[in-house]
Ligand binder design. Structure first.
Ligand SMILES: [Zn+2]
Length: 282
């Protein structure tokens, strides 16, 4: 096997995915572009935590099996869509990382300008509409987003990330899931802003992170020099939300203004004071 190194990488990342609970049983799939028309991928119905290099499958860019006795993952069409649309991508990771998947199930768009790490390494994250896993429609569901981001939440299903290497693609899933976990916990702390709950960075601070990300060498399609480009307000993907059924309430600060409610005694005191003021004027 002249692709032994890539096979071992897939087995190693599969182990890490399983250990981190990003996949259960035989969930998830991984692939690497080995050359122009050769994709190494995980077999279907195999636990990602215990794979052996010789069990992996090889398909061409149309999905035809070339090597391997097992059946390639049923979600290979999703991976091929990424490889065909993104010549710069050499590896794809699909998992059901639980915190990121929670956002996908709740159809909550991942908020930028909350945490430095995802803004630096991921940029804006898309949320694709639900389609039956394994179908061509499922693979096609990422088409509007795949060129503009390296991380896509899949509605009511999971997450797909991709990059120059398998390590990089996996890091994106790790960064995204860790950020989603922190955001969920921050919501649990509750309380109205500005007293508690998630706080958003300013638009200028968010832009600074996005510019730093560009200096790191990550491509970012957002026009960061354009004053109308608000990186904290889902600049790239907001227009797709209606068709996907996305609901931006969990981290939308305009929805989280402090709700002031007064108890009966306070209301009575205010009413009495108002009555006094009115009497003074009469
Ligand atoms: Zn899946």
């Amino acid at each position: 096997m002249n692709d032994l190194n890539e096979r071992e990488q897939i087995c190693e990342i599969g182990r890490r995915m399983y250990q981190k609970d990003f996949v259960a049983a035989h969930e998830g799939n991984l692939s690497i572009r080995v050359d122009d028309n050769k994709i190494l991928c995980t077999p279907t119905l195999r636990c990602k935590g215990f794979m052996k290099p010789e069990e992996l499958c090889v398909v061409d860019l149309s999905g035809n099996p070339i090597e391997g006795s097992g059946r390639p993952t049923s979600e290979i069409k999703l991976h091929l869509k990424v490889y065909n649309e993104r010549p710069d991508v050499n590896a794809v990771v699909h998992s059901h990382a639980p915190h990121a998947t929670s956002f996908a199930v709740a159809r909550v768009p991942f908020p930028n300008c909350m945490l430095a790490e995802p803004d630096l390494f991921l940029g804006e994250i898309a949320l694709a509409p639900f389609e039956v896993p394994g179908s061509q429609a499922f693979a096609d569901s990422i088409l509007p987003f795949v060129k503009h981001t390296n991380a896509i939440l899949l509605a009511n299903h999971g997450v797909v990330t991709y990059g120059k290497s398998l390590e990089e693609a996996f890091w994106m899933t790790e960064i995204l899931d860790a950020a989603c976990r922190t955001l969920i916990f921050s919501k649990l702390l509750g309380g109205p802003q500005p007293l508690g709950g998630p706080q958003r960075l300013t638009s200028d601070e968010g832009k600074l992170l996005a510019q730093t990300r560009q200096h790191f060498g990550f491509k970012d399609p957002r026009p960061l020099d354009d004053p109308n480009c608000d990186v904290c307000d889902h600049f790239l993907f907001k227009s797709t939300w209606k068709s996907v059924g996305v609901c931006d309430t969990a981290f939308n600060s305009s929805e989280e203004k402090p709700q002031v409610s007064l108890d009966d005694a306070s209301c009575r005191r205010i009413a009495e004071r108002l009555a006094e003021l009115i009497n003074d004027k009469l």
